[in-house]
Design a protein around this ligand. Structure first.
Ligand SMILES: *Cc1c(COP(=O)(O)O)cnc(C)c1O
Length: 395
């Protein structure tokens, strides 16, 4: 069989593969503690669910305009002005089936065959594959815990070539939980745009912040940034709406128009019912967000402290999202339970099979010295799972 270039080049999601294996073991009756979740463990708030039920009852069940229901686009404009000080007209918004589709649309609009897109590493697993789909080339800037997983203007300058077209920014970050300061974003994105790059600012964890750190949207830096930065956000993480599939991109009208043309011929846009639920998510009571974040905060502190007490494991305190990204390469080459572990896949597989805890290996995020732990699971699970991890390593 000779399949297409995309079929040959796009890789399966390694994070989903490990989740599938954990599910298999659980189905056999083994008690597995999972730290793999890429989604909040909270239910979608009641007022949002009710808005969807009302939308169905009111017959809001037909195609919406491709770029989104007018009421939702207006709410998004209000939100961007209120939270991010960004002035957009509804014609500058495209609503998609998740932030994931919004990002792919923009990558397809910006990147040509042979172009290069810069992806700070560790990165969200889908960025490189989207760049490959567009026929462009992912270029990585490696960072480690020593630099707090942050790129700088200098490291960006070194990665530039005449083919560089796009820079991905993701703060708060998945998988590291790192949050850039306003000053750092001004410097990095200001420089990228000066060099003629487009920038996708993936702000999906915008409201999942701790320790009083502030979120900053780079499109606001100056007029040129307003033209070249595409702000991406969504409802999945902040409102526990992963299954609803709702996200959006905001940017210069020409870019959004082109993205809409692409979406015209792929999904025709997001689900109509979900979109009205999205209006309620933005306009309704926000207490559920604060409650969720404060619970994440409690778990975060416990998990990171516990991880740092484990020999040969070290973990930065993340300031955003719901992941910790401990460095575990100190365990590589050491014999654990009679086996030598040499990389993050080995370690995660061993921990799953022998200790019955499921982490996500760092390798698919571009960082083999680390593993990702999601604390979007109960405190009881975190205590039990990390205990198992510690005891297993102690032998
Ligand atoms: C979850 C996630 C997304 C995509 O979310 P959607 O469910 O498609 O809205 C995008 N970027 C990052 C960094 C994520 O973690």
């Amino acid at each position: 069989m000779t399949l297409s270039r995309i079929a040959r080049e796009v890789k399966t999601s390694a994070t989903l593969a490990i989740t599938a294996k954990a599910k298999q073991l659980a189905a056999k009756g083994i008690d597995i503690i999972g730290f793999g979740a890429g989604e909040p463990d909270f239910d979608t708030p009641e007022n949002i669910k009710n808005a969807a039920i009302k939308a169905i009852k009111d017959g809001y069940t037909k195609y919406t305009p491709t770029a989104g229901a007018p009421a939702l686009k207006e709410s998004i404009c209000e939100k961007l002005l209120k939270d991010n000080n960004l002035k957009y007209k509804p014609s500058q918004i495209i609503v998609s089936a998740g932030a994931k589709q919004a990002i792919l649309n923009i990558v397809l609009v910006v990147c040509d065959t042979g172009d290069e897109a810069i992806i700070p590493s560790p990165y969200w697993v889908s960025y490189p594959e989207m760049v490959v789909m567009a026929g462009a080339k992912p270029v990585f800037i490696e960072t480690t815990d020593k630099e707090n997983f942050k790129i700088t203007k200098e490291s960006l300058a070194k990665a530039l070539t005449p083919r560089t077209k796009l820079l991905f920014m993701n703060s708060p970050n998945n998988p590291t939980g790192m949050v850039y300061t306003e000053k750092e974003i001004r410097e990095i994105v200001g420089f990228a745009v000066e060099k003629g790059l487009y920038v996708i600012s993936d702000e999906i964890y915008e409201k999942v912040l701790y320790d009083g750190v502030k979120h900053f949207s780079p499109a606001i830096i100056n007029d040129e940034c307003y033209k070249k930065v595409i702000t991406v956000n969504g409802f999945s993480k902040v409102y526990s709406m992963t299954g609803w599939r709702l996200g959006y991109a905001a940017g210069y009208e020409e870019i959004i128009k082109a993205a809409t043309n692409i979406q015209d011929h792929t999904t025709s846009g997001a689900n109509s019912i979900t979109q009205l639920a999205g209006v309620e998510a933005i306009k309704g009571n926000q207490d559920s967000v604060a409650k969720m974040v404060s619970e994440f905060d409690r778990r975060r502190k416990y998990a990171v402290e516990k991880l740092n007490r484990i020999k040969d494991v070290s973990c930065l305190l993340p300031h955003g999202a719901f992941y910790a990204f401990p460095k575990v390469s100190g365990l590589y080459k050491r014999k654990i339970s009679g086996q030598t572990v040499t990389n993050s896949f080995d370690l995660v597989n061993l921990l799953l099979e022998k200790a019955h805890v499921a982490f996500v290996p760092g390798a698919p995020f571009g960082a083999d010295e680390y593993i990702r732990i999601s604390y979007a699971t109960s405190m009881a699970n975190i205590e039990k799972g990390l205990d198992r991890f510690e005891k297993f390593l102690a032998g």
